[in-house]
Design a protein. Structure first.
Length: 224
């Protein structure tokens, strides 16, 4: 990581704004902008943030749902405590993690959000395939914990497998949008898929990770 890269990032508008507003990541503004357009987060909602570390999206979600709502973040990595938010350190594909979520909510969630991305290999077809795999994992979580009529937001890298993933999304959500918020870096290939009106599905088998030298997936840092 070069000094020039660090310097340029620190000067970037949303990075500086996140620092000023005490958000844990510049990615917080992506969710803010998505919510302003699609109203996916509402007062009183129960929200699951997948790949929650470092906590920027959880901060935004908690502000949106208010005291009557509940936000639980899940990540393989440790996440520093955040007032009003609960964190589970675990694998989103683990039955134990799903059961823990259902137990803490006392039922199903209203919204599933995910800003997860794969560890970047430098080979774009591989990174795209891994991103689509994460999207399938998010849909699997929706099938297990999202209530009928619920909402979802997830990040995906564009590529040749995108349309196949979108077919799976549309089979669950009658209203689907693909959006690139202003806070997304211009050079990024990421888009956000927003699904509304969830139709209950029988949970599928947990998806196997695609072949590759690094089968593990994690949320990218997006740290300030």
């Amino acid at each position: 990581m070069s000094r020039r890269w660090i310097s340029e990032r620190k000067q970037e508008h949303f990075y500086r704004k996140a620092k000023r507003m005490h958000y844990r990541s510049r990615a917080a503004f992506k969710l803010i902008q998505i919510d302003q357009r699609f109203q996916v987060l509402r007062p009183g909602d129960a929200v699951v943030d997948l790949g929650a570390s470092p906590g920027g999206w959880a901060q935004v979600a908690k502000d949106a749902v208010g005291e009557s709502g509940k936000v639980i973040g899940v990540d393989l990595a440790h996440c520093r405590p955040l007032e009003g938010v609960e964190f589970i350190r675990g694998d989103i594909n683990s039955p134990e993690t799903i059961q823990e979520l259902l137990s803490r909510f006392g039922g199903r969630a209203d919204v599933v959000i995910s800003d997860m991305a794969p560890n970047i290999s430098g080979n774009y077809p591989t990174d795209h395939a891994r991103s689509v795999h994460l999207g399938q994992c998010v849909l699997g979580v929706c099938d297990r914990i999202l209530r009928e009529g619920g909402r979802m937001v997830m990040k995906v890298f564009m590529g040749d497998l995108f349309n196949e993933l979108m077919e799976d999304v549309r089979s669950r959500f009658p209203q689907v949008s693909v959006h690139t918020p202003e806070a997304t870096r211009k050079e990024s290939s990421e888009v956000y898929v927003i699904g509304e009106g969830y139709i209950a599905h029988e949970p599928p088998p947990l998806p196997a990770p695609p072949e590759g030298p690094e089968p593990m997936f994690r949320k990218r840092g997006n740290l300030i």
